[in-house]
Design a protein around this ligand. Structure first.
Ligand code: URP
Ligand code: ZN
Ligand code: ZN
Length: 460
């Protein structure tokens, strides 16, 4: 049994931060001790001057997800290696039926099978698509496979969009299983009207992206879904919220006792819609789109105030060739940005290095809350005796310039190309194994474990 000690760093969990050493054995955290304690270990990692946080938990990524006409270019080995390189040691991916007619359990079994090649620990959100029959039984079968979250879409007609009746049915069923409904909330009538208008004006290409899915689309869908959640007293989680208005709706609902949760993404707090006025605007086409600088600033203020629960990458691994092929029409081009590897550093730079939030809040946003809201806490998302020894050691003073050439995601670009970031991992331990050492990634092989979600604690 190999013992590792990470000594003398500033250890931060959601609940506390201070100088400490972390002792690790057999893939678990054995103890957290004062930095003066003499430790004996087979391997000692000196973390003096560095920050030690729980491994990142990414609640939202699409690795090698077949979806529509464009295949995502990564697979579980490459996608999870990129995750590890960026300090994410657990991912929760999606089993989205790639086209109409594919049964949610068929795709789930396929994805579970493919994911056995993962380098980090993983689980999935199930999905209910249009036409799924006997929803309570399908969800019971998902729970049987260790899942307690299901993602629903209020948009993407003829692919994933479901009716509010289905939203209600899924929420009611998941509530019975102590599960949680994840929702991509953009009101489709609003989206389609905005797209039609943009097309009429000859602005349906990537440079017009921001106007094709305006903020009110998000507001309308969030309101409608919150009403259902309130009616059923069921918890609900909104993925990739891009506006302060959407977050505020959740905050107001929480004040009325609704268990509503907000996720945002690194791109919504760092990149604004001026990206669509640059050369090759298609590189930043994602749903919802990037918003105005004013909206971005207001969203960051919501994070500062504690109103956003998680930061997910919404990683989609397309390259510039795929993005540009139909950049003349955002209705048919692939949407989504690569970012599983840059999630922690981009978020750290925007929020912690800038002084807007502290380390504990950063840990909560990038790890603890995602673990909690996926039934994985306290095994994941914290540094405490008995938890998995997933640790990230980062040097808060070191800077790095983002370049796709240095990254491990299977694409030729990063939305953050040329930006200077802080908080890049120096060392990463995944269940005790050192997978990044002095900034160098070591492939541990297919050691990622499939995680079973426990009952979800949606009480906070
Ligand atoms: O643009 C995005 N977000 N694409 C990925 C699929 C989704 O909606 O999450
Ligand atoms: Zn989505
Ligand atoms: Zn997504």
């Amino acid at each position: 049994m190999t013992k590792t000690a990470v000594v003398g760093g500033t250890v931060a969990t959601e609940a506390w931060a201070g100088l400490a050493s972390v002792l690790v054995s057999d893939g678990r955290i054995e103890a957290v001790v004062s930095p003066e304690t003499r430790v004996e270990a087979d391997r000692i990692i000196d973390a003096s001057g560095m920050v030690v946080i729980p491994g990142g938990v990414d609640p939202h990524c699409h690795i090698g997800q077949p979806l529509g006409d464009y295949p995502m270019l990564d697979d579980f080995p490459s996608g999870t290696l990129a995750a590890l390189a960026g300090g994410t040691t657990t991912i929760i991916d999606f089993a989205l039926p790639p086209q109409m007619g594919v049964h949610p359990l068929e795709i789930l079994d396929r994805r579970l099978d493919e994911a056995t090649a993962s380098r980090c620990d993983y689980t999935f959100h199930g999905c209910i698509n249009p036409g799924t029959e006997d929803i309570p039984q399908v969800i019971a079968d998902m729970v049987e496979r260790g899942l307690r979250t299901v993602k629903l879409f209020t948009t993407y007609r003829d692919l994933l969009m479901v009716s509010s009746y289905v939203v209600r049915q899924v929420m009611a069923t998941l509530k019975e299983h102590d599960g949680l409904t994840y929702v991509h909330a953009e009101a489709n009538p609003c989206v389609e009207a905005a797209q039609a208008h943009a097309a009429e004006l000859g602005q349906i290409d990537a440079s017009g992206m921001a106007s094709t899915r305006p903020e009110e689309c998000e507001r309308d869908a969030v309101s409608e879904v919150l009403e259902i959640a309130e009616d059923l007293s069921a918890p609900v989680y909104f993925v990739h919220q891009s506006t302060p208005q959407a977050v505020d709706l959740c905050v107001d609902a929480r004040k009325r006792g609704v268990r509503a949760f907000s996720e945002t993404c690194p791109h919504y707090v760092t990149l604004d819609d001026s990206q669509y006025r640059r050369e090759h605007p298609e590189k930043w086409v994602c749903c919802p789109p990037l918003r105005s600088r004013e909206t971005l600033e207001a969203l960051v203020r919501r994070i500062e105030s504690g109103f956003v629960d998680t930061v997910g990458s919404d990683h989609c691994c397309y390259d510039t060739g795929q993005k540009s092929e139909r950049a003349d029409d955002v209705r048919v081009m692939p949407n989504g940005l690569p970012g599983i590897e840059t999630r922690l550093a981009v978020t750290y730079t925007a929020l912690v290095a800038s002084g807007r939030i502290g380390l504990s809040r950063f840990v909560q946003l990038t790890s603890t809350n995602a673990a909690r809201l996926n039934g994985l806490f306290p095994r994941k998302g914290t540094i405490a005796p008995g938890s998995d020894s997933d640790l990230v050691v980062l040097d808060p003073s070191a800077s790095r310039t983002v370049s796709a050439r240095d990254l491990h995601m299977r694409t030729d670009y990063s939305p953050y190309e040329g930006r200077t970031v802080k908080g890049w991992p120096v060392h990463v331990l995944a269940r005790g194994e050192v997978v990044v050492s002095d900034g160098e990634l070591h492939d541990p092989g297919p050691v990622g474990r499939r995680l079973d979600a426990g009952p979800i604690d949606a009480s906070r």
